[in-house]
Ligand binder design. Structure first.
Ligand SMILES: NC(=O)c1ccc[n+]([C@@H]2O[C@H](COP(=O)([O-])OP(=O)(O)OC[C@H]3O[C@@H](n4cnc5c(N)ncnc54)[C@H](OP(=O)(O)O)[C@@H]3O)[C@@H](O)[C@H]2O)c1
Length: 281
């Protein structure tokens, strides 16, 4: 399959109930979003799928106009389960393929292994069910280890990234390795929007605080996927796609990093996992 061009902003769906996911997927696509992010663990793939069916049937977009990304269920990481998780996601989304299938987080504790899980996704790429393999919540070291044992590229790493968690060295690692960085919680789950520096820059540029955060992420060469429930928020966020902040404003935002994380997936390294296993034996 041909390479994909990732739109500068995606639409995140975590916490949306299935009926909200259906509504917001339709509205987002009508507004111009072409990149949708969901996960089997969000339990809303069915809602996203209903929304997609509607936009295809009404002729608003064709399948090939969209980038649809989902994630393997964190409890279904062994070969057979990674395959059945993918089949289930495709059924729920009512699609023949997804553009990106991520490993949701490196859950060694639930049976994740670079060789087994990513190997299973690699076979699904060969079968045309997945276009690209993605990982999420992976550290550079885990990506290095994974690349040693798999024969397919890692297309993207989806990580938490916003003005309060800037992760500059991770961003540089992704650029050096030619791995796309998809930035989740780009609004810091709403918390960064109240920052006085962000508010001042928003006022000065006559845009919203959310747009300032998203423009900053895009300026860094990453791809934000803000979640929004209301039409107003969906519209507000999409308008950031062409917003370029002056360099002086980007620099001011660079200075408000707090190294503060708002999402804590149960990430565990192979070393920690071995230790835990030993303790259990
Ligand atoms: N891979 C992972 O482990 C992982 C983890 C976390 C998130 N993600 C992905 O990243 C997406 C985004 O992250 P997130 O949902 O954690 O947080 P987020 O996008 O940083 O923030 C979402 C919050 O901001 C509000 N909001 C959205 N647009 C706004 C606007 N223009 N003005 C004011 N408030 C606004 C939303 O309210 P309303 O809902 O009321 O509009 C919601 O409360 C998720 O939906 C998911 O797809 C992935």
């Amino acid at each position: 399959m041909s390479e994909i061009k990732l739109p500068k902003i995606g639409f995140g769906t975590w916490m949306l109930k299935p009926y909200e996911a259906r509504y917001s997927t339709i509205q987002a696509i009508k507004l111009g979003y072409r990149f949708i992010d969901t996960a089997q663990a969000y339990r809303n793939e069915g809602g996203v799928g209903e929304g997609l069916k509607e936009v295809f049937e009404s002729g608003i977009v064709k399948r090939e106009d969209l980038i649809i990304a989902t994630k393997v269920h964190p409890l279904r990481l062994r070969t057979k389960k990674a395959v059945s998780s993918t089949i289930k996601s495709l059924q729920k989304l009512q699609l023949d393929y997804v553009d990106i299938m991520y490993v949701h987080f490196p859950a060694f504790v639930f049976g994740y292994s670079h060789k087994e899980t990513l190997g299973a996704l690699g076979k699904l790429v060969d079968e045309g069910k997945i276009r690209h393999i993605g990982v999420s919540n992976f550290t550079p070291n885990l990506i290095r280890d994974a690349l040693e044992v798999i024969d397919k590229p890692i297309y993207a790493n989806q990580i938490e990234h916003h003005p309060y968690l800037q992760q500059q060295s991770v961003l540089k690692f992704h650029k050096d390795k030619n791995i796309i960085q998809v930035s989740y919680s780009p609004l810091g789950r709403g918390k960064v929007l109240k920052d006085p520096v962000i508010i001042e820059i928003a006022k000065k540029n006559e845009v919203s605080s959310a747009q300032v955060c998203l423009a900053w992420v895009i300026n860094k060469g990453a791809y934000p996927i803000p979640k929004a429930t209301s039409l107003g928020h969906l519209k507000d966020n999409f308008a950031a796609i062409d917003l370029q902040l002056p360099d002086e404003d980007i620099q001011k935002i660079d200075e408000i990093d707090k190294h503060e994380r708002y999402v804590h997936p149960p990430v565990i390294t192979p070393k920690e996992w071995r230790k835990k296993k030993q303790n259990l034996e």
